[in-house]
Design a binder for this molecule. Sequence first.
Ligand code: AMP
Ligand code: ZN
Length: 480
Amino acid sequence: MPIRLHDSLTRSPRELKPAQPDGIFRFYNCGPTVYAPAHIGNFRTFVVNDVIRRLLELEFGADKVKHVRNLTDVDDKTIKRARDEGRPLADVTKQWTEKFHADCAALNCLPPHIEPTATGHIKEQVDMIDVLMQKGNAYRAADGSVYFKVSSFDGYGALSRVKERELQVGSALSGKSQAADADEKEDVSDFALWKAYKPDDGANAWESPWGRGRPGWHIECSAMSKKHLGDTIDLHTGGVNLLFPHHENELAQSQCCNGTTFAHHWYHSEHLLVDGKKMSKSLGNLYTLDELVAKGFSPMALRYALLMGHPRKQLNFSLDSMHAAESALKSIYRTASYFCKAAGKSIGDLYSTECLSSPSWLTFEKTRDSLWDDINTPEAFGRFFLTLAIADSNRGETTNHSLDEFNAFSKVLYVLGIDLRPQDLKLEAPAAITALAEKRWAAKQSKDWAGADALRKELTAAGWNMKDGKDGYTLEPLKK
Ligand code: AMP
Ligand code: ZN
């Protein structure tokens, strides 16, 4: 079954496949603006994109996927933060890039193959603007800023259908800085490719053929995807708020500059709401990963909670959903122990790359189908738990398929990025509990029923349940 993913441009699900003869799938995902910690809404988008990356790897092979995700390290927000803190811009963006990487690692998001920065690609951006100037798609305003001439590109608005919206002076057409720039532009819908230097920019300016200044936000992704993935990419993604103006503008710039299709496929995931509302500092409902960890939740539970809703529908986050995620992880872990036991493997073996090359999905086929069909994670979880419930009732009995089943289970965990190993999941029984269990198992073997019962009571009091099988036992935390 091929991967089918909703395409924002055609508004229909379409098959994902590499277009170029080298078979490499070229995937560009807009990255974070590094001026503060990313919030859990940002991470919804990055976790969904991580699932896409994992799906692509399983479908085409890990060496056939090239994933680029940029860092926006110069814009109004980063410059303001550096100015407010009296620090060099590079210092501030380094701090928040490192934090972003640490949070991504905790959430088990694979690092992109290339992570280019806007400040590291000034020349590429200037070169692209130069071509747009030569082709008549851009013009220099009196102050030295350069604007893209929206009327020069007939296809403008096809992605976000912006022309079907009400276009009027004062609309948010060209983004945040529209009001300030209005005097300089020939038309209100034109957007900045190069921003002339203003004293507020401090030391953050570069020379260009049009004067000192800095690149606009949109040109950064066009230039970096061109440099690292070529003129045409297979998939371009981001959160739904990037559809307009960011992606509409990227598409216009790239297609006018390169004279060819920019992206074969566009995908936008929906926003995360908190307690039914848009996240904002003033409402006090803006969570970071650290804040949830401080409340006692594991990063893996956040990853799970972020995948509980369909990525193309808004998802309402609450602390209850974190509790639900923690207990879902526990029950996955319990069944994982059964699979491991039946296959003679350990939990760690679930993460060996050997499992990924196993061809069969066995009883997990339907779970796989849900994921391959537009990343329907809630349906996939439903089907996954149904399979686990059946496996649970077999309690790790060895069959001819035990190893294949273990491998298939591992592949589902891989695509969803669920790592059952971190200590903070508190899923492994502590040594003292294992020692009690061993004693009880020995008592049972020697038919000391009273002794075995007494030890079971001790285990229960400590919050653990011992499940006896034919050849051994498993330990699981009691449900709260
Ligand atoms: P930014 O750092 O603001 O450039 O955003 C990084 C990514 O997070 C972008 O793809 C945004 O579309 C996405 N994003 C921003 N807010 C939310 C939200 N509340 N829910 C989901 N994704 C979001
Ligand atoms: Zn971008």
